[in-house]
Design a binder for this molecule. Sequence first.
Ligand SMILES: *Cc1c(COP(=O)(O)O)cnc(C)c1O
Ligand SMILES: [Zn+2]
Length: 412
Amino acid sequence: MISRMIPRLNSIHLECRECGKIHEPDFRYVCEDCFGPLDVRYDGVSVNRDTFSGRAHTYWRYYEMLPILDKSHIVDIGSGMTPLMRADRLGDELGLKNLYIKNDSVNPTFSFKDRPAGVAVSKATELGLKAVGCASTGNLASATAAHAAKAGLPCHVFAPGDIEVPKIAQALSYGANFVAVDGTYDDSNRIAAQIGEQKGIGIVNINLRSYYVEGSKTLAYEVAEQLNWEVPDRLVVPVGSGAMLNAICKGFEELDELGLLGDVSSMRMVAAQPLGCAPVVDAYRKNQDIVQPVERPETVAKSLAIGDPGDGRYVLKRLKQYKGHAEDSNDREILNGITLLARTEGIFTEPAGGVAVAVLKKMVEDGKIDRDEKVVCYITGNGLKATEPLMEVLPKLDVMKADVEAISAVVK
Ligand SMILES: *Cc1c(COP(=O)(O)O)cnc(C)c1O
Ligand SMILES: [Zn+2]
């Protein structure tokens, strides 16, 4: 059915999420019949729980379930296999007995975006593309730029000009051509799509999106393996475009289909969004199955400021499928979520992680999560990328004279 140029133990194809039509796994991302998004499917995968145990501590350990046909095309900067930490002190504070933090803030470019970007840049290499790029809310810029640097490919970033300075400095340092757009993420996305098409550039989260999301699903694989192949009861996921939440569900489903995990149908998904940009939460509350875009996102969680989420409607489907819930949190709750996680677990996250913690806290307080549930909270980005808004809630510093007596008085 599908012809392959490079032999591999198992093959892949693209399947339309809407009509099911099968496509070749090449440089395409929408169905030629219905314009639906295309998902990668794997044929003839033969793995068991022991297959991965001795392998490298990166997400490439799941090579058979990633869409790169020839290993020599893998662009690896050491992403993935981040810690899954038992979070007993945060759990005590919230009233949870089995809380885990998936700390993806310690990836090479300090966000989970190293997963999708790494797979997409690898695929760009495999497809022979001459340049890559992305539309970014901040973190994808650096993740794409770093992998492009490693691959020796030029990288074009399209992002709103008002994102956090550390994220801009980081992406520029990797050598990206950073196009700062005077507008929203949605404006940047539209421009990136057109330029990608015009110039044949592999825009990782647009025309390489089918491959891109395969990286994010390793957030499911790793958690499953780190929990000794047990299915969590509840997963709290920050949502921007919704690609990650959807990919995490796909990941767990694939493990179930491969017989590596028990039944995943009992797991429950939580979509966490910031109040100033919560189109998925709004649609969920109104019980709608499409998302009404937010024109002007206004939130401290800039990495989640996507007014028109590409996978929004699929997140709503996932919430139905997995008896899910969607919840938002305001700027103050987000900043408090950051310091709560830092104070209790020694993990410093950016506002997107604060959104997840704040939503988790709210749901426990509202009695929506049981104290015995096995909960995994995804912390997707690093605190050092967005320190500025935190200064509002942190103690102000008084620079003191270097005098032992005076200083001794403030150390109680
Ligand atoms: C991009 C991003 C998200 C949201 O991921 P989507 O796939 O767009 O939903 C969450 N957290 C951080 C830190 C991000 O950079
Ligand atoms: Zn279709």
